[in-house]
Design a protein around this ligand. Structure first.
Ligand SMILES: Nc1ncnc2c1ncn2[C@@H]1O[C@H](COP(=O)(O)OP(=O)(O)OP(=O)(O)O)[C@@H](O)[C@H]1O
Ligand SMILES: Nc1ncnc2c1ncn2[C@@H]1O[C@H](COP(=O)(O)O)[C@@H](O)[C@H]1O
Length: 182
């Protein structure tokens, strides 16, 4: 199974990715967590992206595409994966499909966790990541509307988009997802 878990900041991408990773026994790959870990380790990549994350902007397509190609070629990703927070631009979506073609595989579903902006803000308010400050959060929600929501059309057109009500208890969200993909 190869799933994309997409949604705004605090929409529950990580929560659902963890549940689905356990359910299917496949790795959970979070681009946001990967970048935050690089920043915490003060690696060259972390230094390169820290300002971008702190502002709530998207990291460049070039960098993200290279990162994901490298990660998806790791042995643990051979039989499937849950991608949390990737892709976020139409270019990333297209490049992901081109890359998966070369591996003779494809995305099964893109799962969109739908929540109103006020619910995203409430959920993120009590957290302390570098990109949970009010200004970065506002920018992340703007970027979501400007870039990521239009990208959903890519999956909708290919009949691979599953829209899920993210504003319900976590186990109900999981049930709705599993009902939609089986
Ligand atoms: N269905 C839900 N109902 C209520 N609270 C939830 C639900 N899913 C997640 N949460 C809570 O909302 C917060 C954000 O969840 P989570 O970290 O899974 O979101 P995310 O989309 O991965 O966020 P980010 O994009 O910032 O990494 C957490 O405190 C989590 O416990
Ligand atoms: N797919 C991505 N493209 C560009 N930037 C990304 C991507 N995934 C993560 N980022 C950056 O990381 C933060 C946090 O991501 P979350 O998935 O919301 O934890 C995001 O705001 C981007 O700066």
């Amino acid at each position: 199974m190869r799933l994309l878990i997409l949604g705004g900041p605090g929409s529950g991408k990580g929560t659902q990715s963890q549940k689905l990773s356990e359910h299917f026994g496949i790795p959970w790959i979070s681009t946001g967590d990967t970048l935050r870990a690089e920043i915490a380790a003060d690696s060259p990549l972390g230094q390169q992206v820290s300002e971008t994350l702190a502002k709530g902007e998207l990291v460049s397509d070039k960098l993200m595409i290279a990162l994901i190609k490298e990660r998806l070629q790791q042995p643990d990703a051979a039989k499937g994966w849950i991608l949390d927070g990737y892709p976020r631009t139409a270019f990333q979506a297209e490049e992901l499909d081109f890359f998966l073609d070369t591996l003779n595989t494809q995305v099964n579903y893109a799962i969109w966790l739908e929540l109103p902006a006020h619910a995203l803000i409430e959920r993120s308010e009590n957290r302390a990541a570098i990109d949970d400050n009010p200004e970065a959060l506002r920018r992340r929600i703007e970027t979501l509307a400007e870039t990521t929501i239009p990208m959903l059309e890519y999956y909708d057109y290919r009949q691979r988009l599953l829209r899920i009500d993210g504003n319900q208890p976590p186990d109900d969200v999981k049930r709705e997802i599993l009902g939609g993909i089986s």
